[in-house]
Design a protein around this ligand. Sequence first.
Ligand code: FAD
Length: 434
Amino acid sequence: MNQETAAVWLRRDLRLDDNTALYHALQSGKPVIPVFIFDKHILDELPEADARVEFIHKQIERLQEELTAVGSSMVGRYGVPEEIWPELIEQYQIRQLYINQDYEPYAKSRDAMISEMVGEKGGSTHFFKDQVLFEKEEILSNSDKPYTVFTPYSRKWKAALSQERVSSLPSESIQEYFFKSSALPIPSLAELGFKPYGIPIHQSVFDRDIIKIYDEKRNFPAQKGTTRLGIHLRFGTISIRKLARTAIELNETYLNELIWREFYMQILWNFPHVAIGPFKAQYAGIPWNENEEMFQKWCEGKTGFPLVDAGMRELNETGFMHNRVRMLTASFLVKDLLINWQWGERYFAEKLLDFELSSNNGGWQWAASCGTDAAPYFRIFNPESQMKKFDPGLHYVRKWVPEFGTPVYPNPVVNHKEAREKTLSVFKEVLNSK
Ligand code: FAD
């Protein structure tokens, strides 16, 4: 390449429309090279069949088709960013790098390192906010502190919302500024060391009918009452601005869920210690039950508690679990089996297609009562009454646990009442000792 260029580094923003960094790159006056790196640091940690890697790979192929249609190409590489970027900068004379901000601990240090590298080579890096409407310290309390309680955070969030904040950036309408190239090869899934997983993935279209009555149906796992858009928000195959506009128009409860997502992201950003331990320090030191066999039963959905088992089996088979059941299975692991919430957090992280460090961590800390939530540790779900309330016709249970009600279905692994009493006394003892 004998012309200076700009690059946009796609990561969790796998779309050409309404993409903030891309929009600004395309206005830089330099031909824009879209780059995706299959990052060995991340991929080496994953099993060889991982539905999320397959999903990402498909998205890169889709982007390649979209770019080919406008006479350009993805530049796709496999390796570690710190080795790939110096090569790309050299090869394509990249002078400007455009990036949408990623708030997770690994991403933060990676981006700081690459930005420094670009600077050393005489270029500049430009960061943008794209995956949330409010980031980092944008929503602070009146005393300029990050919020640690959801309700006042959400109030401030809503008050600060403006039309401009949810307006789209029409990156799709200026595609003539992509660099010109024939289609360049993208590493295949096999070259990345992965096998196809084959789980069908919900499409990235938002169903307005579901959002309209979200508040009525969202708690019933047997019904089609939630949007299943988690994976698309995670990898940016939909724009949060478009989704938020629909939420504002149709359903406030749905908007609140999008705010929960941002709440947990700002918690992770402002209190990064949550990634490795409890938000509330006094909850460290619970003498967890390190019972691998019991944990395995929970993982496999063989606890003898039908709604818990249904949830775990749905997760294992589809990579998805309904929110109501995520809350119950998490509560059951921590409060009935007294197993460390971080074991469960890790298991969900491995299995969930929509795995998001901040939300998963927030959800688990909520279930373990050691997170930001003000509810005390003695909130313990009763698996039986949860089932009666949220799956009264047993449709969800019967779908995932067909042997329920037959002699082969296992007996309950614990007595809920006794397990509850034990957990209460263990938690009480630890908290009273601090
Ligand atoms: P919908 O109900 O249609 O909601 C739309 C979107 O809002 C979701 O896709 C998600 O991005 C966001 N959202 C909804 N509820 C929450 C919530 N409570 N917290 C944060 N964001 C929310 N969500 C994840 O995206 N990734 C995770 O790894 C994750 N792990 C969780 C673990 C536990 C223990 C618990 C209790 C919850 C977890 N959640 C997680 C939150 C929630 O369960 C999922 O976002 C939701 O079930 C995804 O289904 P959906 O896309 O149909 O959501």
